[in-house]
Design a protein around this ligand. Structure first.
Ligand code: AMP
Length: 289
């Protein structure tokens, strides 16, 4: 497996592969890899001649006071895990290589970046869109893979890709969970033992709302108060940033519709956790809006 450390070296590597007719699948990550990441890498390995995984803790997507400095970094273990999955290259660019002195260009996906997480993480999605576009230009993939756990990120990047006519298929992969339902995340490592137990109640609350909406005992417009009631009863949750039903395309809060995204972001002390479930109400019986 190749280990590549700069944007220019990555471009040279990928250009040669593309010229020889190989398809490249790309999985961008911030590292501290867990089974959620690895499941995505496996999808890429299955569908492409070459799979390239990037590991880059992107300073541009962390706001003031967030966890950029303490974000877990475990490059040696990550490289071992990727080698075992038959990934072909790991791209670990330095911050200077991505953002050299005098860097000035940022990508804005208006109208989607400022909702949900964007209200609480100012500039986050501009940082994400910018780095992903730069990584795309270095890796030159045919397909790029993202996890639905970060649902808003998927919507923002699909829109960027369509608006900027990128010739890259954006593939969205299901959320991988711990046995108790908690969505896997590199940030779960920050949780104390008590917080970790309570963290499973986030998915449980979303799931309960989903089942109640599907069996008709909860109206879509009552999802938000139900979630707030349940989540505010969880001892370790110190702040509920959002918890409601959203339009899966516009990310606006909704009171009905064929497809509903039930999503929440909470804080447990200094740790921010997000999760979501997509509900197909057309397929369900007994739904009342
Ligand atoms: P991150 O390293 O957190 O930036 O994540 C890199 C990619 O892995 C993103 O596309 C995430 O959405 C995805 N991802 C993170 N956690 C999970 C998970 N539990 N299940 C599926 N995909 C995930």
């Amino acid at each position: 497996m190749e280990i590549i450390g700069s944007m220019s070296a990555m471009q040279r590597f990928s250009k040669a592969l593309r010229l020889s007719g190989k398809t490249i699948g790309f999985v961008p990550t911030m590292g501290a890899l867990h089974e959620g990441h690895l499941s995505i890498v496996r999808e890429s390995v299955k569908a492409n001649d070459i799979t390239i995984v990037s590991i880059f803790v992107n300073p541009a997507q962390f706001s003031e006071g967030e966890d950029f400095n303490r974000y877990p970094r475990d490059y040696d273990n990550d490289i071992k895990k990727l080698g075992g999955l038959l990934a072909d290259a790991v791209f670990i660019p330095t911050v200077d290589s991505v953002y050299p002195d005098g860097y000035k260009t940022y990508v804005e996906v208006r109208g989607l970046s400022d909702k949900l997480c964007g209200q609480f993480r100012l500039g986050h999605f501009s940082g994400v869109a910018t780095v992903v576009l730069k990584l795309f230009n270095a890796v030159m993939p045919v397909r790029a893979y993202f996890g639905l756990k970060d649902y808003q990120q998927c919507v923002v990047l699909k829109k960027m890709s369509a608006d900027l006519n990128l010739d890259i298929e954006i593939v969205l992969c299901p959320t991988v969970r711990e046995p108790d339902g908690l969505a896997m995340s590199s940030r779960n490592a920050y949780l104390s033992a008590e917080e970790r137990l309570d963290a499973a109640l986030i998915y449980k609350a979303l799931k309960e709302a989903e089942l109640a909406v599907k069996d008709g005992s909860l109206k879509v417009r009552a999802i938000a108060p139900r979630l707030r009631e349940t989540l505010s009863g969880v001892k370790s949750i110190t702040e509920i940033q959002y918890a409601s039903a959203y339009d899966p395309d516009t990310l606006d809060e909704i009171t009905g519709g064929a497809r509903v995204l039930i999503a929440a972001a909470v804080k447990m002390g200094g740790t921010r956790l997000i999760d979501n479930i997509m509900v197909d109400l057309q397929a369900a019986e007994g739904v009342v809006c």
